[in-house]
Design a protein around this ligand. Structure first.
Ligand SMILES: [Zn+2]
Length: 661
């Protein structure tokens, strides 16, 4: 038995066999892989840019499609699931494309998400602005070049489809803050779905630090792509996303109900779809162009009810219902469906109902997973059992655009269970189990020794039982993170699981896990996120900032505090705009909106003061505030935990926290 090593390994004979069987089952020609999605992704091209490189203001390279040059190969490598290979190749088709000739254009492949330009009477409407400013600028340049038109000075409105950062983060690359406003004043309105502001903040700030760390596993941030590495993020290409500058501009119009607007002569119908792919989301329909924008509700993948980076679980039932509503409302009047990721689907002579099929099959798979999970749960199956048992009907399995490149059936079924029944299976043995590290130590102790566990785990690895080999070895890693053999063995098992995975994000997670086991982790830290976080945290409403302040206060340190005070937020003229009563009590920050007649100490100042406390620089703000509890405020500030620019905590090994046993 060797001690293993840090090298990435080739596909094992088991993995090769599974890939071959997969290809046969799905009629993929391994030598010349192609499918309908790959054809669609490359069709209707105006200008290709598969070798695009994007730099930031400092001249650093932040996006280089050359990194993905290996995807030009037609032959499926044995280290990549054949279906995922096709998805990755499709995502690699970058450039400017038309959706409706001369009317609707998309830039794809310069960002995880698409940027879409829709022609109005005298200019353009922009649908979503991508993740980062540099890519948005590049997209605008490409569109202007490809169309031979000045778009930049003719933007009539921006519509942001939903509250995820890959759809608004690039906005400053499209328009400047000073241009935003009411169209009556000659300015550019920004339309967003109701709830956008709260949701964009609560999703990317409240749990943001943990999500960024976990996001590295989902997106393989910083990992050089390759046939033994990341090949795609499922939704698009995304390994370098974090390097760009992400931005935020306060929207001018929240769409609160389904309605029709005329924007610079173009009719636009809004269909709100709250609680679907994002808590705040909406679709649009363009009757003059017979085109339906499905936001991110339908894309060319089975989506996530729960992304493994962590998020609130989404409601797959409502998601399906709104998609059915769209089908009913727009299906007969639509020739093309396009969205914020991936490529459009058009009705054609060969497939006159392609659009309706696309919407129906998307709605059906979401509903199927929802319903069958609950049926199985009601028959006593646990989350994990359901994930192993649920089987998608053949008819839906054959549709490439709902294959599990991003979301998976297994995780989605667990998400449905969690939404209705929570994490707990009902078995009290699992009500409050030992910590991961204690469990691991006891496991090793029961088996006899680390060597004995690893001996058995190696047999399983060599027999192709990768999941169990990884599970067993991970007990040793958690019991003793210094055990290199355990780390290498676990890594080798995860790597084969990664090679086999059809889901891009499962592949990323397995391969990043393997890398962090081999080299220690996190190997790369996802810097650039900070720009976006501060752009957005500094623009949070006071209520949301206070909510965040409560989250970062170390409750144990503040345990004995009992401080109640009035917070008055002043506007530019010094008037009190907002008033709160705050009560730091038993480690929690209780927040009461509004006024009270109580005699209370007070803190009065501009909106930025909460942000200053969060940044631990209240002292610098001393001139701008009035208060009779300055010393107490400094004490509160001292309880603020600095979560750092990015989280560095380990995921693939124990944290060495205090254990019980
Ligand atoms: Zn997105």
């Amino acid at each position: 038995m060797g001690n293993g090593n840090r090298e990435t390994k080739p596909a094992s004979s088991y993995t090769r066999k599974l890939q071959k069987e997969f290809a046969q089952r799905h009629s993929i020609d391994i030598k010349h892989a192609s499918n309908q999605e790959l054809e669609l992704a490359g069709s209707h091209s105006i200008e290709e840019s598969s070798d695009a490189v994007i730099y930031n203001d400092k001249g650093q390279e932040i996006w280089n499609l050359g990194d993905y040059g290996f995807l030009k190969e037609e032959e499926v490598p044995d280290t990549v699931n054949p279906s995922l290979w096709l998805n990755a190749k499709s995502n690699f088709r970058a450039g400017l494309f038309w959706v409706v000739k001369d009317k609707i254009f998309q830039v794809r492949g310069l960002d995880l998400a698409n940027i879409t330009f829709v022609r109005t009477n005298t200019g353009f409407l922009v649908l979503d602005t991508g993740t980062f400013v540099e890519a948005a600028r590049a997209a605008l340049d490409l569109a202007e070049h490809g169309l031979g038109e000045d778009i930049r000075d003719h933007i009539r409105a921006v519509i942001i489809s939903h509250s995820h950062a890959d759809h608004y983060g690039g906005i400053r690359g499209i328009i400047g803050e000073e241009e935003v406003g009411n169209p009556e004043d000659g300015k550019i309105p920004i339309y967003v779905p109701a709830g956008f502001v709260e949701e964009s903040v609560s999703e990317s700030v409240y749990a943001g630090t943990a999500m960024i760390r976990r996001g590295r596993y989902q997106f393989a941030f910083g990992k050089k792509p390759g046939v033994r590495s990341t090949v795609s993020a499922g939704l698009g290409l995304g390994h370098n996303l974090y390097r760009g500058t992400s931005s935020y501009l306060t929207p001018t119009h929240e769409i609160g109900e389904d309605k029709k607007l005329v924007i610079d002569g173009l009719e636009v119908e809004f269909q709100l779809t709250p609680g679907t792919e994002a808590p705040a989301e909406m679709n649009n329909y363009f009757p003059q162009y017979r085109a339906f924008w499905a936001a991110e509700n339908c894309t060319s993948t089975l989506h996530n009810f729960y992304p493994i980076r962590g998020a609130k679980v989404r409601d797959s039932s409502i998601w399906s219902d709104f998609t059915v509503e769209a089908l009913e409302r727009y299906g007969d009047r639509t020739d093309v469906v396009f969205q914020s990721h991936h490529w459009p689907h058009w009705n054609t002579e060969r497939e006159p109902n392609a659009v309706k099929d696309y919407l129906r099959n998307s709605a059906a798979i979401y509903k199927y997973i929802h319903d069958q999970t609950l049926l199985l749960a009601n028959q006593g199956y646990t989350q994990n059992e359901i994930a192993h048992k649920i089987k998608i009907p053949q008819k839906l399995q054959e549709k490439w655009y709902i294959r599990p490149y991003y979301g998976t059936v297994e995780v989605n079924a667990k998400a449905v269970y969690q939404r209705y029944l929570g994490y707990y299976s009902g078995n009290p043995v699992k009500l409050h189990p030992l910590t991961e590290e204690d469990t691991a130590r006891k496991f090793v102790e029961y088996v006899g020794s680390e060597e004995l566990v690893l001996k058995k785990a190696r047999e399983d690895l060599e027999a192709g039982n990768y999941q169990w080999a990884a599970q067993a070895a991970h007990y040793v890693v958690f019991a003793n993170p210094q055990n290199e053999e355990a780390r290498y063995l676990c890594a080798d098992a995860l790597e084969q699981l990664g090679y086999q995975a059809e889901s891009a994000i499962w592949r990323n997670a397995y391969l990043v896990g393997a890398e962090e086991l081999r080299w220690g982790g996190p190997v790369d830290n996802s810097k650039g996120e900070r720009g976006q976080k501060s752009d957005i945290t500094s623009r949070m409403t006071t209520r949301l900032s206070l909510g965040y302040l409560g989250i970062v206060i170390d409750g144990e340190k503040a345990e004995t505090e009992d401080l109640r005070f009035r917070l008055q937020i002043t506007g530019e003229t010094g008037t009190v705009d907002e008033e709160f009563i705050l009560h730091l009590y038993a480690g929690s920050l209780l927040i009461y909106s509004g006024t009270s007649k109580e005699e209370l100490p007070y803190l009065r100042g501009p909106k930025g003061i909460i942000y200053s406390i969060l940044q631990k620089n209240l002292a610098e703000e001393k001139e701008r505030i009035e208060t009779d509890i300055y010393e107490e405020l400094l004490r509160i500030q001292s309880y603020v935990v600095d979560l750092g620019e990015t989280a560095q905590f380990p995921l693939i090994e124990g944290k060495g926290h205090e254990n019980i046993l």
